[in-house]
Design a protein around this ligand. Sequence first.
Ligand code: CDP
Length: 211
Amino acid sequence: MIIAIDGPAAAGKGTLARRVAEALGYAYLDTGSLYRATAKKVLDQQIDPDDEQGCTVVALNLTPTDLKVAGLRSEEVGQAASKVSAIPGVRSALLRFQRDFAANPPDGKTGAVLDGRDIGTVVCPDADIKFFVTASTEVRAERRFKELREAGEDVIYARVLEEMRERDERDTNRAVAPLKPAEDATVIDTSGLDADQVFEQAREIVAAKQA
Ligand code: CDP
């Protein structure tokens, strides 16, 4: 069983994906962490995020340890991730790992939940269940603002909102694997919902599918 959860930044994909995976005993992959880890190495090695060749080499050589380094969730890394993820070589370097995870979930699990931007459209177009989780830009910026503040980053709301718009624009308009709902995805707008309510909606859809 493969469950694909896509959507824009801070829409609540990660929270939902983690809870669904836990409830069903499935493996969970945050595919954004692969792009964030690539971006962090690109920044640390002072490679230009526009250097397609250089970024692709970094993505090809990514190791599991790179996914665990501190600082992956910062806004700076998020912006750089959105730039390097538009490079076709970077995307294809990370594709095999994602498909392999979905087809052979680790630890003998019988299913996988993947969240990202292109899981239902490109990585796992045959996923059994697809969700597209979204929310208004303002609500998402507010959530990201709180998350960054709680992590100790000195951010201002207006700037977070502006960066959110920039990132949405880049993720939606890139030529390869742009952010968009798969035709067969169930859209959940989380603007007025808390995490429990979102989980409840998803749970009903999963239960109906399993029945
Ligand atoms: O947590 P947040 O939603 O802010 O972002 P993320 O899921 O960690 O992803 C960071 C960036 O990686 C996104 O802005 C996308 O540009 C890119 N990404 C992607 O292109 N494809 C994916 N499957 C996941 C992330």
